[in-house]
Unconditional design. Structure first.
Length: 268
């Protein structure tokens, strides 16, 4: 399968984060751009751009043009993965794989971004390149729109007012707040989000919200497939996702536990 530029950038970014955090964890000397480029066998300009993007996301930080180290968002992600229900979600994701044969994911929202917390281990299927920590847009992914399930039109307008929709997403991606709202209005009556090629050509994503004991949305559970996997089967598959989401939400205990850990780093 051909690897998209987004997937290539993701893989390189994850290598960069892993190298920085591994050295910090082992107490080894931290590295700057040129040293990181040498270690990763990548162009220095490429490493510089990726490192800046990771710093903007808070996954890395750099003080006074010194070496790079883990940023606050890296630690908030680690904290969220240690929340009991997120840790226990592995079994639910693998059960979905066993039942459906599709890649499954657990994601949370941070502002206008969706952060992947966990994904299933069936790496040979569609979406297998994605790893925890992957960031995608909230408005053009199945998991993202599931996280927007309770948003009114006014709330969507306020959230997305500064978003640049141009050039983001797949062939069916929304390009305005009104288009996002129209997709949500289409999906709500049937009880699930079906994002058909909204983020990437050929990729369909079926998503549902995960709610805590108070009813607040804390995460999204989704599966990825193709048109043939999901177009007709979605109404039959959605109840399985809803059941898994209900079990996760019932086990979450503290309202907003995972999303709160992420939001604390950025104030979102």
């Amino acid at each position: 399968m051909e690897v998209s530029p987004e997937a290539s950038s993701l893989a390189q970014g994850l290598r960069l984060v892993r190298l920085v955090t591994d050295r910090e964890k082992q107490g080894r000397q931290l590295l700057g751009v040129s040293q990181l480029a040498a270690e990763l066998d990548m162009e220095q300009s490429r490493v510089s751009r990726l490192a800046q993007e990771l710093c903007d996301l808070g996954l890395l930080e750099r003080l006074e043009r010194g070496p790079f180290r883990a940023g606050p968002r890296f630690f908030s992600l680690a904290a969220s993965l240690n929340v009991g229900w997120v840790r226990d979600s592995r079994a639910e994701l693998e059960e979905l794989v066993s039942s459906l044969g599709l890649r499954s994911r657990l994601s949370v929202r941070d502002g206008v971004k969706v952060l992947l917390l966990r994904s299933s281990t069936n790496n040979s299927v569609l979406g297998g390149f994605a790893k925890p920590g992957m960031v995608t847009p909230v408005w053009c992914t199945g998991s993202g729109r599931a996280l927007l399930w309770d948003h009114s039109r006014n709330e969507l307008d306020a959230l997305l007012k500064d978003v640049n929709f141009i050039g983001v997403g797949g062939p069916a991606a929304a390009h305005s707040e009104a288009e996002v709202d129209a997709l949500m209005e289409r999906d709500r009556p049937r009880g699930f989000v079906l994002a058909a090629e909204e983020f990437e050509h050929g990729v369909w994503e079926l998503g549902v919200p995960v709610r805590d004991s108070s009813g607040a949305i804390i995460a999204a559970l989704s599966v990825l497939g193709t048109l043939s996997d999901l177009e007709r089967a979605a109404p039959e598959l959605a109840p399985l996702l809803h059941s898994a989401a209900h079990r996760l939400g019932s086990a979450s205990g503290t309202p907003g536990s995972a999303s709160g850990a992420l939001g604390s780093a950025t104030g979102n």
